[in-house]
Design a binder for this molecule. Structure first.
Ligand code: 2HA
Ligand code: ZN
Length: 276
């Protein structure tokens, strides 16, 4: 309990990933947010869980997460600053038994509160935990080329996914289920939270047009890797378009061969391949 919590692996991961994301240019100003589900014993090794610093009300019901611990980025906080002041820009919270508030156990030293996108994070955690018991992390950022692509490309999920798959050989292996896409919506609301979580039943990547991307995963590497792979494909798409458009691409049969070779199942109906 006397151990320095900043040295805890989960705090270190948050510090390193936010610095990385800032360096990549996907989290300008207060853009982006991360929430990371922690086990009670992970937190208990550093903190007394009975010592609640503050109780912070929420605008939605998270009863399904009651008693769960998270480390989250703060509302209005800059990813750029996390590395130098983790106890101001990050917070460790527990969802209260009522599901209507969170209890602050560490961090947000200047009176801060969790990310404004907490509804989208918590509702997505609820949905992902139903299908993946190892699920732990929701990450949102403003990946530049993904945002750009939402202006120039069809927002139809199948079309958008197929283009991403075609831009880099790795893509279909990394996200064979494709990407979900919402209509444009006001961020920070219950409504966008519910819409994001609904997509999370099917996808680990959800695009908010003209805004950014949400990723879900069981480890920081998985969720970061998912987003950076989709963003890389969007970057290649940007370059291909700038060079005058594709003259050839990875064919559907080749995408199917990749799926077969790497033992993944491409989203049903997304590839047109001859009956074998
Ligand atoms: O945290 O990215 O979507 C700021 C945002 C809102
Ligand atoms: Zn955002």
């Amino acid at each position: 309990m006397s151990k320095d919590i900043v040295a805890a692996p989960f705090v270190q991961e948050m510090m390193k990933v936010t610095a990385n994301l800032y360096r990549l240019g996907w989290d300008e100003r207060n853009g982006g947010n991360i929430s990371y589900l922690l086990r009670e014993e992970e937190v208990g090794a550093y903190l007394n869980p009975n010592q609640v610093i503050r109780t912070i009300p929420m605008i939605f019901d998270a009863t399904e997460l009651a008693g769960r611990y998270f480390i989250v980025t703060g509302s209005g906080k800059y990813f750029k600053n996390v590395i130098d002041a983790p106890d101001v820009n990050l917070g460790i919270i527990r969802v209260a038994d009522t599901g209507k508030s969170v209890e602050l156990l560490w961090g947000f030293k200047d009176g801060g509160v969790p990310t404004s996108e907490l509804p989208a994070h918590f509702m997505s955690h609820i949905e992902r935990l139903k299908i993946d018991s190892d699920h732990r992390i929701i990450m949102h950022n403003h990946a530049t080329n993904i945002i750009a692509m939402t202006f120039t490309h069809s927002l139809e999920e199948r079309e958008f996914t197929r283009t991403l798959w075609q831009m880099c050989t790795e893509c279909i292996v990394v996200f064979p289920e494709g990407v979900g896409i919402l209509p444009w919506m006001v961020p920070g609301t219950d409504a966008i939270g519910m819409a994001t979580a609904a997509k999370m039943r099917e996808f680990r990547l959800v695009i908010w047009p003209h805004h950014g991307i949400f990723g879900a995963g069981s480890t920081m590497d998985e969720v970061f890797g998912l987003i950076e792979t989709a963003e890389k494909a969007a970057e290649v798409y940007t370059l291909v378009q700038a060079q005058g458009g594709a003259q050839q691409t990875i064919t559907d049969q080749q995408l199917q061969d990749l799926a077969d070779a790497f033992c993944v199942t491409a989203k049903s109906g997304y590839l047109q391949v001859g009956v074998k």
